[in-house]
Design a protein around this ligand. Structure first.
Ligand code: PMP
Length: 361
């Protein structure tokens, strides 16, 4: 019997139990080699197999075209906020960014250290409750690229569409939405994702970048931050986060076993519908996001009276529903329902929400 509870954490987030069990079973002795993955040389035949299989499985899942490199890097998604301008924006250059909330704002703030950022559209005018349509975007001619955040993990906003930006490279922070459903990689110049939601443990960041964009980093770009160096060295210019890479590989296999991204999409579609329906049909709970811009992965909701937050959270914890407290910057509640959080978890949450409302009603 497992005593694992339902974990709605935004990240590091729940991982599939089957994957954790496999990692546990292999921890001391990986495939009869007499040592753990953590203890092997990253250049060994064994780890090379782990690394290559993980990359191939991710390529298969997303249908990554051959002219894209897949990199397994360090420093989380936040380091990408600097790495992107250092690699793609010339000294004195500029780039277009779309502001839809806290994560896109962090990307903007960091990019401003390296050049001019044109905020081509902002959700501020909608109190960050809706995504500005592309007809409102003011893209600039001299932008080196266009950056946006397809899913705002804190605000709970998600694009149901991919922007059209002509021949400008489109760069997307898919940290909290990657692998939740199929994605047309060829529409992007680059995608990046911190691992600790749908991919694996924190610290690792996966970058998928079109090859023709590589090789233009600024002269001042640190070697470790130059994508072309990482690409040339198979993400092993230095010692990569081997255990995280291995765990990501186990997750990719697990997603394949679930039926791939089409199957994940069906499961996630039902999960989010269940939860939004519970919120929308209640008198006590509310979610302010424009319905077509609602996130599938991160669902913030408020109780009609803030004073109920504490008892709600205490009752949730008693029932084994963990980490429902909203981000400190917005308050309220947030349920993150990534791939490893099943329909059973969502059903348990919805049942508790109804019970709590009845008791207060
Ligand atoms: N972007 C998004 C959309 C995120 O959700 C997060 C983490 N929650 C980050 C960036 C930052 O990731 P990291 O902590 O790995 O740097």
């Amino acid at each position: 019997m497992s005593n694992r509870l339902f974990n709605f954490c935004a990240g590091p987030a729940a991982l599939p139990e089957a994957v954790l069990k496999q990692a546990q079973a292999e921890l001391l002795d990986w495939q009869g080699k007499g040592l753990s993955v953590m203890e092997m040389s990253h250049r060994s035949e064994e780890f090379t197999q782990v690394a290559e299989t993980a990359e191939q499985d991710l390529r298969d899942l997303l249908g990554v075209p051959d002219n894209y490199k897949v990199l397994f890097l360090q420093g989380g998604a936040s380091q990408q906020f600097a790495q992107i301008p250092l690699n793609f924006m010339a000294e004195g250059g500029s780039a277009d960014y779309i502001d839809t909330g806290i994560w896109s704002a962090k990307a903007i703030e960091e990019a401003q250290r390296f050049g001019h950022v044109n905020v081509a559209a902002s959700a501020k005018g909608y109190d960050y409750f809706a995504i500005p349509g592309q007809n409102e975007w003011q893209l600039s001619d001299d932008a080196a690229y266009v950056h946006y955040t397809p899913n705002e993990t804190i605000g709970g906003l998600e694009y149901g569409w991919i922007p059209e930006v002509g021949d400008k490279p489109l760069i997307a922070d898919v940290s909290s939405t990657i692998l939740s459903r199929p994605l047309e990689v060829s529409k992007f110049g680059m995608l990046y994702a911190g691992a600790q939601k749908n991919i694996g443990p924190s610290g690792l960041v996966v970058v998928i970048v079109r090859e023709d964009l590589l090789g233009n980093a600024r002269a001042s770009c640190p070697t470790m931050l130059d994508y072309s160096v990482a690409a040339k060295n198979g993400s092993m210019y230095n010692t990569p986060p081997t255990f995280g890479w291995y765990l990501a590989g186990l997750i990719f296999k697990w997603v394949k076993e679930q039926g791939g991204l089409e199957a994940m999409e069906r499961l996630n579609q039902t999960k989010q519908r269940t939860l939004y329906k519970a919120i929308d049909s209640s008198e006590l709970y509310s979610n302010p996001i424009n319905p077509v811009d609602r996130s599938w992965m991160n669902i913030p909701f408020r109780l009609a009276d803030d004073r109920l937050d504490k008892p709600f959270l205490a009752g949730a914890e008693e029932r084994g529903l963990l980490n429902l407290k909203g981000h400190r910057s917005v308050g309220g509640m947030r349920a993150s329902i990534y791939n490893a959080v099943g329909q059973d978890a969502v059903d348990a949450l919805v049942a508790y929400m109804a019970e709590f409302e009845r008791q207060r009603g």
